[in-house]
Design a binder for this molecule. Structure first.
Ligand SMILES: [Zn+2]
Length: 211
């Protein structure tokens, strides 16, 4: 392409150019600067043309610009949200149910069609860092929608009270790094302790009645 298909004037090749792009989100329109672009520009009518490879690069650079913007707003990027979701083997729909929000939201955050609210962002971060918090969220949903996830975490879900106790006493401990044997052991010791206390209280009661 040597001449502009619109006005038939001369075209100039631009390398390493920057373009302003209007990005539509459900929170409104935003002007985004997209850098590192190559394209062809008409000297006369300013029309811009992308070759297929350049158009691919545009998509990539646009994503980078949107990523940068999310980071500036202290929000998780699309990739980071996807990683958290994949970490727990959740589908987009399951994550929506877990967060108690409407359908199609996660898909929008993962493609920059909209940004998650700071409240949701905090929930996602906490879910990522705090396994116990994730288990509690999982405990509050309909089993039928989460069969695969529940099966995967069933051991820890059954021992949730013990896990909560350990994480309250030792917040620095990463629950996921504790062996199942260790959790079973703590569970057993605590149950024995409680049983012993109950026995002691009962015998004191009998003693009191006897006196
Ligand atoms: Zn032109």
């Amino acid at each position: 392409m040597n001449k502009c298909p619109v006005c038939n004037h001369k075209l100039t090749k631009i390398i390493n150019g920057t373009l302003q792009s209007q990005h539509k989100t459900s929170n409104g329109c935003k002007d985004i600067l997209v850098e590192n672009l190559s394209y062809t520009k008409c000297d006369y009518c300013n029309e811009i043309f992308f070759a297929p490879e350049e158009s691919k690069n545009y998509e990539l650079q646009l994503e980078k610009a949107l990523e940068k913007e999310r980071k500036c707003e202290n929000l998780l990027t699309a990739k980071e949200i996807k990683l958290i979701r994949k970490k727990y083997d959740l589908t987009q729909a399951q994550l929506e149910l877990l967060l108690k929000i409407g359908p199609k939201n996660v898909a929008k955050w993962e493609t920059y069609k909209s940004n998650q609210s700071p409240t949701i962002d905090n929930l996602l971060r906490r879910m990522e860092e705090d396994y116990c918090f994730f288990l509690k969220m999982l405990n509050s949903v309909e089993v039928k929608d989460f069969q695969n996830v529940i099966t995967k975490h069933s051991f820890y879900l059954e021992k949730i009270s013990i896990i909560e106790l350990i994480s309250k006493l030792y917040p620095e401990v990463n629950i996921k790094n504790l062996s199942k044997e260790f959790v079973e052991y703590v569970d057993k010791v605590i149950k024995e302790l409680i049983l012993a206390t109950v026995k002691k209280q009962k015998s004191q009661l009998i003693l009191k009645e006897a006196v």
